[in-house]
Each structure stands twice: as C-alpha cells, then as structure tokens.
Ligand binder design. Structure first.
Ligand code: 26V
Length: 819
C-alpha cells in the first residue's frame, strides 16, 4: 500500500488517533460521540497539519541554507479545492487515516465532505495554478503561490426554476485549519494621492515621492502545499487586507476617526470577493486595486527577504523569478521598477535589466473580450507613480520600434502599451518580460502567427509553448481510488504517481479481455457513485448502464454548451418520431457556472434545465435518455464526475479554447474525447491516436478563414436543414418554455443573425460524431479498449511534465532535497 512507502517517519496510527481525540477535546470540549461532523473534520485537519509543520519548517530551512532560486507564481486565482484528502494522499497516510477513522466509527469520505472548497478561482486558469503549485512541491522545487485571501470565493450556484442563482461562498466561516497568519510579514500598500518631485543631492537626480495617498496593510496567511512523499512543503501565500491604524496605535493617527473608517472600508472592499468573470474584462477600479494590492505586497516581501541575505540587488534574477499568470498581475513590471528606482536608488537601465530578467508571462486566451485594457485616467489616479513608470516604459519602447520599423505606424498601433487612452497590460507583459508562453501547441502557434505576430517578429526568442497539465495525485489517486489501485496492480508499481508516462505500460492490457472487464467494472462503480451524488443533490434517478456523456466547464458561448443541448433537442425529436430508432441509452450531464452578468450564458443554463425538465418527464423516452444539470460544478464534485464519465465533450469552436484541462482529466480517467481540433485536444489525439477519439468540426484555419471574411450566413443553414430548422423553432415556439415565445428569443436571434461560434455550421458534423459514439459504445470490447488506451496514453498531460518544461526553459530552478 501507498502509505507504507513513506520515505520519512512511518505513520503512527495510535499517535494520530490520540491527536484527533485531543483536538476534539481541547478545541471543542467534546467527545467523538458529541462532536459534530464539522468539528471532527477540524480535529482531523489540525492533526494532519501537525504532521505537515515539521516538513514545512525543514524544507524552508534547506532552501535558506542552499540559497535556492525560487519561483513566485503570481496569480489572481488559485482554485485549490479541498485540502485534507490531498494532504493525506501526499503525506502517504490516506489509507491509514481512513482506518483510524473507521476504528473510531467515522467515514473518511464524510469527514472530507465537511471541508469547504477553497474556491479562489473561476475555472481553467485558477485550477491550473493549483495543479502547478502542487507539482512544484512534488518535484522538489522552491516555490510560492501568491494571491488574495478573498473573503468570498467563487459563488455557489443554485438552480431555481431552471435558472442560476448565486449564493455567496463564505468559505472561512468555520475558520481554516490549514492556514497560518504571518503578521510579521505585513506590507503597506499605497493608493492614490500625487507624486512630488524633489532634487536629491546625493543621487544627483530627481526623486519621486508619493504623497496624499490612502493605504492599507497587506497581511499574509500561508497555506501548506505538500509535495508527494518528499518532505517538501511550499506555501500558498494569500494576502488579507487590514486597516493600517491598527498597526500604528501609538501614532498620532489613532485619534483620526475619519481616516480609520476610510482605511477600514478600503481594506474590507479590496479582499471582499473574487470577480466571477471568466474570460471577460470589465474595467472595474476595484479589480485594479486587487491586482496592485497583492502584487505590491508580494514584491515588497520578496525584496526584503532577498536583501536580508544578499547585498547586491543586481543578483535578484539569479534568485527570483516571477511568473505572471495571464495579464492580471502585470503591474508587477512597473511596481518592480518603482521599488528598484525609488527605494533601491537604481538607475533606469539597471532596474529595467533586472525587471526584464525576473518576469515571464503566460497567455491563456485569445478572446478579445478578455484583454485587459485600463483607462489611463483610472490607472493614473489609482497608481500615480506606477503610471509615470508605465509612460516611460512605453516611451522607450516606441523609440525602439521606430528605429526598427521606421514610419510603420501599424507596428505602433499594435504594440504600444499606451494607446487611445488605454493601458494595454498584455503589451506591457510581453515587452518587459523575457518569456511569453502559450498553453498548448496550437494556441502558441496562433499567438505567434496571428494575435501577437508583430511581437513575435520583433522578439521571437521570447516565445515558447508550455502545454498545460494536471496533477494525477488529485485527479486519479484521490479522485478515483479504484482505478488508481488497478493501475498500481497492473503496473506492479505505484511509481506512476510521480511519473505519469509509466501509464504507457497499460497499453497491452487494452487487448486483454480480463483487464477490459475489470476496467469496465471500475467505471461502473464510479458511475454508481456519481448516480448516488446526483440522486442526493438533484433528486434525479439515472441509469448507470447508460452512456455518461459529460460536458463540465464554465459556461461560455465559445465552449458551445448551446450546440450540445440543441443536439439533444434534435435527438429527442428523432426518438419521438421513430420510437424504435437504434439508440443506446444515454445520460447527458452538464455542469457549468455562468458569470453573474453574462446574459446569453444564463439563458443557455435555463435552456438546458428546461429541456431536461421536458425530457426527464416524458416516459416515452425515459429509458433512452435523461438530461442532468449538476448544480454548483466545482473542484470537489469534479473529482467524482471525471471518474464516472464515458464521453468527454470538448466541443469549442476551433481556435478559441487555448488549451482546456478538463479534457486531460477525462482522458486520465478513461473517458473518450468527443471534440474539435482545438487547444490541447490536438495533442490528446496525437497521443492516443485518432482512432481512439471522435473528432469533428471545422479546423482552426477554416474558422479563422471565415472570420477574416466577416463570418458566414447561418440563415442559409436554417432554411436548408429541416432538422436544425425544427430545433431552432422549438426554442421560440414555447416547446421548452410553457408556451412562452420570448424566453429563448435572444439565443435564437444570435444564432440566426451571426452565429459567431459556428454552431449551425458544425452541427451536422457534431451529430455524425455523436452517432458514431453511440454506435461504438455498443461494442463493449472495442469501447473498453479505447478507454484503457486513453488512460494509458495520458502520461504527457501530467502537470509534472509541464513544470519540468517551465523549469528547463524559463525558471532554471534546482531541486532541493531534505534529509
Ligand atoms: C480572464 C479575466 C479577464 C478580466 C476579468 C476577469 C478575468 C478572470 C479570468 C480570466 C481568465 C480567462 C482565461 C482563462 O481562464 N483561460 C483558460 O486557461 C486555461 C489554463 O491555461 C486553459 O486551459 C483554457 O483553455 C483557457 O480558457
């Protein structure tokens, strides 16, 4: 068993049990019989934290001793999910703790279910950060994740009358057993005011002083990020905001009631809530405040830490690298310049050299509406000194452009940081940093050839690809214990836990009938587990023998949940018309949150639920199809969903999905991809073979070809294709809206007038692929063969591989070993 492999101290069950009992007693003055499940969870969590602390201290002692270079992964989002189960897994004592709890009459699954998800993120970008930070620990690399300690994380979703309702996520209401407050590292953050210029004799130049500002104190909390069985624990540093006056009780400020209230409000507002937008920029001042808040706090602390043991700031790039997770933390660039120039008294060229060599940028989307462009007046007002530096960066860059491309105004139009009254954050990140990467091969290629072509032409050496990955510790070992055990048994080793390409060794089993039966039985057990979850949470009975066809991800038009549900409407028509039609029973499962202000997305959720309502209550088709919308899709229920899926819907309009990472989690768990040639799907097909996936739809080149010509005419398809016509009409004839013709009118209009995401255009090809899938599932031998091959070929998609590439090409870290 895994736990016996602990490389350090063997796990002491009796001691652990005693610790849990002590915690129940001293934290809550209770006994196991009288304690609530939540209290039990806390008691177990604190007991596990005690195991972590020594390794946490040790690892950092070793980092200091070796003066190891550290990556700071700066991200507005870390979608961590639950910590307890994963920590126990990585401490290699999950099974032992389960046994201890069982001896106490407790069920580890129930205990784990008491923990709220740490939902400090929206979707793909935030979950990627969480996988990366876990892989960094597992691979022995010194790293910090830096982000905000939002009081409210991603909202919880309820479906009421088919519509999404957002419930605040008060994730800290019972406290957080794993976090440790570090007030000694508090940093002051200044907003607003004006810049005073003074001549400084000693430096022989002007100096710049921000005056008349408001400030807050940034106070860090650390969460442990436990590596797998290696004694390494890194930190996720989450910054909280507190009013400054609390820290200066003896200063003259203490009587300034007005100021105290202002600071209190500023502090509260900054960390109040995660913006629930995914892929949509809105230009809110508070968002820029959040960005500067956590960036400035992180940088100030890094510089202080560096200076405590080094006297030459020029050496900073040898010890520190900042990875910017999308443009959200790009204010890192001018803030680092400000610290180096105003506080460390460096000259511009020196400061620029250091800044450039410390910063690297990852692009996660080409969707135009996600590009961050701050109005100059807002930026200038909030960050007056930082803005001056942005202007100077821009001025110097434009001189270079002018030199290289004289009189080519389009180059300036595309590449300037300041343009038409806006600060373009992506341009700043690209210009300043030494690395720009996309997140899948196709995505990087589109960046180089199209979106960022001028930059690529001017500085090709900065561009590189880092295809995303996921951590198998969470998405196989923890989420799918049955399959994990099977894999270990078949490979005769559990080394796949830290070396995922070893799964390749399973490939021969695809042709072994006994292995296929076992694989199928495991999938079946996982389908029962999901069916139970759906029964408990949605009150719907589903048939575990049906195909589980699943699309779970944020709701966005380009991801085309609408195409999926329209195809289900089409199938329903077919089944009603031909009750004897050949059709393998299928359960269509959705999970998706919509940004609170995204109307089309919310209408799509309503349509899915309305169609589900009609179909699930039609006894004529119920033994053939059901539609389930799983409320509140999040990391913890995702773990159950991936394990239980047969079909992985990855149906974005080609060129729009930068990578996708859900696609990898499905593949790892033996689901077959039904997808377009988009994002990482391309590489998934490359690994598993096109005969083991179902690919349909236009290529990215075709899509971009149409786009260059102003789109296509969807009305033609509507007029010519009777099936599509019928489905479209059913959206506005009341079939799914109790006779109301307006509920889905906007969806109808957007399709017939422009269909920006080519839903009608790809519909037939999607329908064919789905028909093939339905047919293929009948042949359980070939289906399970494909399923095993998907798991076997998923080795590339470990975030361990991705992190090793970042280390090799960008970060240049050294592994640190303890003991
Ligand atoms: C963008 C914005 C824009 C400004 C307002 C708030 C906000 C919040 C989040 C985002 C992130 C959008 C980008 C994103 O999540 N991209 C996804 O990144 C995944 C990891 O690389 C990738 O797998 C997905 O394909 C990509 O959509």
């Amino acid at each position: 068993a895994v736990g016996e492999k602990r490389v350090f101290e063997p796990f002491d069950k009796e001691a652990f049990k005693k610790e849990i009992l002590n915690n129940i007693k001293y934290l809550f003055r209770k006994t196991p019989e009288t304690a609530s499940q939540q209290e039990i969870f806390q008691a177990v969590a604190y007991a596990s934290k005690d195991m972590i602390i020594d390794e946490w201290l040790n690892a950092h002692k070793e980092y200091e001793k070796q003066d190891a270079k550290t990556v700071y992964y700066l991200s507005m989002e870390f979608l961590m999910g639950r910590a307890l189960g994963n920590n126990l897994i990585n401490l290699c004592c999950y099974k032992e703790v389960a046994e201890v709890l069982q001896e106490m009459g407790l069920d580890i699954n129930v205990v784990e279910d008491q923990e709220p998800d740490a939902a400090l993120g929206n979707g793909g970008l935030g979950r990627l950060a969480a996988c990366f930070i876990e892989s960094l620990s597992t691979l022995n690399y010194p790293a910090y994740g830096c982000t905000i300690r939002y009081k409210y994380g991603m909202f919880k979703q309820q479906i009421v009358n088919g519509e999404q309702v957002e419930i605040p996520d008060d994730w800290l209401k019972n406290g957080n057993p794993f976090e440790i407050k570090r007030p000694e590292y508090s940093q002051e953050i200044k907003f607003g005011g004006y810049v005073r210029i003074e001549y400084n004799e000693k430096l022989g130049r002007n100096i710049y002083i921000q005056d008349g500002y408001q400030s807050v104190m940034a106070v860090p909390y650390d969460l442990p990020v436990v590596g797998y069985n290696n004694g390494i624990v890194n930190s996720l540093r989450i910054w909280d905001a507190e009013p400054l006056v609390q820290f200066n009780l003896d200063s003259f400020d203490k009587g300034d009631y007005q100021k105290a209230v202002e600071q209190e409000n500023l502090a509260k507002s900054i960390v109040e809530v995660l913006y629930p937008n995914d892929n949509h920029y809105s230009g809110k001042e508070l968002r820029l405040k959040q960005q500067y808040f956590f960036v400035s706090a992180s940088l100030q602390q890094v510089i202080k830490k560096f200076k405590a043991t080094h006297d030459d700031i020029h050496q900073l790039p040898d010890k520190v690298v900042f990875q910017l997770n999308d443009t959200h933390p790009t204010v890192t660039v001018p803030e680092l310049m400000r610290i180096l120039i105003d506080e460390e008294n460096l000259e511009w060229d020196d400061a620029w050299d250091i800044t450039s060599r410390c910063c690297a940028y990852t692009n996660h989307t080409i969707m135009a509406e996600a590009l961050e462009k701050w109005p100059v007046d807002l930026f200038m007002r909030l960050l007056p000194r930082v803005y001056q530096i942005v202007e100077e960066i821009n001025r110097r860059f434009l001189i270079q452009v002018e030199e290289k491309y004289p009189n080519q105004y389009d180059k300036i139009r595309n590449m300037a940081i300041l343009y038409e009254g806006q600060v373009r954050m992506a341009n700043m990140a690209i210009i300043a940093g030494f690395s720009v990467n996309g997140v899948a091969r196709l995505h990087t290629q589109i960046l180089e050839e199209r979106e960022l072509h001028d930059f690529y032409e001017m500085m090709p050496e900065k561009f590189n690809n880092k295809t995303n990955g996921i951590t198998q510790r969470r998405f196989l070992l923890h989420a799918n214990p049955l399959l994990a055990q099977w894999v270990t048994d078949k490979l005769g080793t559990d080394e796949w836990i830290t070396n995922l390409p070893l799964l390749k060794g399973l490939a021969p089993l695809a042709d072994d009938s006994k292995a296929r039966k076992e694989f199928q039985e495991i999938k079946y057990q996982n389908k029962l587990r999901l069916a139970k979850y759906i029964k408990e949470h949605n009150g719907i009975d589903i048939n575990p023998d049906s195909i589980f066809d699943v699309q779970v991800k944020r709701l966005h038009e380009y991801k085309r949940q609408l195409m999926n549900i329209m195809h289900i409407m089409y199938l329903y028509n077919q089944l009603k018309d031909n009750p004897d039609m050949k059709f393998y029973p299928t359960t269509f499962i959705f999970g998706a949150k919509a940004a609170a202000g995204y109307k089309t997305a919310k209408q799509t959720i309503k349509l899915i639920n309305s169609v589900a309502d009609v179909i699930n209550n039609d006894s004529a088709v119920n033994d053939k199809m059901k539609v389930v919308f799983i409320e509140n899709y999040c990391v913890s229920n995702a773990e159950i969903i991936f394990a239980a899926s047969n079909v992985s819907e990855q149906i974005s309009t080609a060129s729009k999905e930068a990578s996708g990472t859900g696609n990898m989690k499905f593949m790892l768990n033996g689901a077959i991809t039904l997808g377009t040639m988009d994002g990482a799907n391309v590489e998934i097909v490359e690994e598993v073979g096109s005969e083991n996936a179902f690919i349909f739809g236009m290529s990215s080149d075709e899509v971009m070809g149409y786009e260059a010509n102003g789109g296509y005419n969807p009305r033609e398809i509507y007029e010519q294709d009777a099936d599509i016509h019928r489905v479209m009409d059913q959206m506005v004839d009341g079939t799914y809206s109790n006779g109301d013709t307006e509920t889905f009118r906007e969806l109808f209009n957007s399709l017939i007038n422009q269909d920006v995401y080519f839903i009608l255009k790809d519909f037939r090809s999607y329908a064919e692929a789905r028909e093939k899938i339905n047919e293929a599932y009948r042949d359980s031998k070939s289906w399970n063969r494909m399923a095993i091959l998907n798991t076997a070929c998923s080795g590339k998609f470990s975030s361990d591989r991705t992190i090793e590439e970042y280390v090799r090409d960008i970060w240049h870290l050294k592994k640190v070993f303890v003991r």
